[in-house]
Design a protein around this ligand. Structure first.
Ligand SMILES: Nc1ncnc2c1ncn2[C@@H]1O[C@H](COP(=O)(O)OP(=O)(O)OP(=O)(O)O)[C@@H](O)[C@H]1O
Ligand SMILES: [Mg+2]
Length: 187
């Protein structure tokens, strides 16, 4: 099983994967592919977009690298791709992490992101951009509200979704459509 763990920057994808790898019962059962590391480690981008303060990723090259790494993973070990572009790569399921936009802003401020970049990410989260992209490309999409949850709690949800789908179930609680930040903000 290949699961794409995606979500707006700051929703906690890498923190969740770290929590999985720090859990002695889980770490041998899953292989994490951290896409950001591949992109910057292997130079899989076409340069910096100074206006958007971000790098344009070469998704074709990234897909090739991921395929190479995937082919080396022993059978029986499930793969979790960690990255906000992971839903654009071939996967069996997509799990979208969601976080209340104000909380995203607080988290990204700690990273010294520019105010424009913080605003762009908070807006993208408010407008469900990654969820919408995900349902367009995959028919098994789930979303998790991480607001107020620890990375360990969220890791538990991620694993329960993967294991449920493997046994042919469709975890209702995490089906898309239950999270609406705009309604919650009363806009
Ligand atoms: N569940 C959580 N509760 C509180 N803070 C969190 C949680 N998950 C992550 N954080 C904090 O939010 C920040 C961003 O987390 P993280 O790097 O895991 O996000 P990400 O989704 O991997 O982002 P990116 O797409 O940029 O790689 C970090 O400072 C992290 O400590
Ligand atoms: Mg990350």
């Amino acid at each position: 099983m290949i699961a794409a763990l995606t979500g707006t920057p700051g929703t906690g994808k890498t923190s969740v994967c770290t929590a999985v790898m720090e859990n002695q019962e889980l770490c041998g059962l899953y292989h994490i592919i951290e896409l950001n590391k591949l992109v910057f480690g292997e130079g899989l981008h076409t340069g910096k977009d100074n206006i958007r303060d971000s790098y344009a990723v070469d998704t074709g090259k990234l897909e090739k690298k991921v395929k190479q790494e995937t082919s080396l993973v022993p059978g029986g070990v499930d793969i979790i791709m960690d990255g906000h572009l992971s839903h654009l790569l071939p996967a069996d399921i997509v799990i979208v992490l969601r976080t209340e936009p104000g909380e995203i802003m607080t988290r990204l401020l700690k990273r010294n992101y520019s105010s424009g970049k913080i605003r762009e990410n908070a807006d993208a989260e408010a407008l469900d951009v990654i969820l919408v992209e995900s349902v367009e490309v995959c028919d098994k999409v789930f979303e998790i509200n991480t607001t107020g949850k620890s990375p360990q709690d969220v890791a538990g949800y991620v694993i329960s979704i993967i294991e449920s789908v493997k046994t042919g179930k469709n975890p209702e609680k995490f089906l898309p459509g239950k999270i609406n930040w705009i309604e919650q903000a009363g806009l």
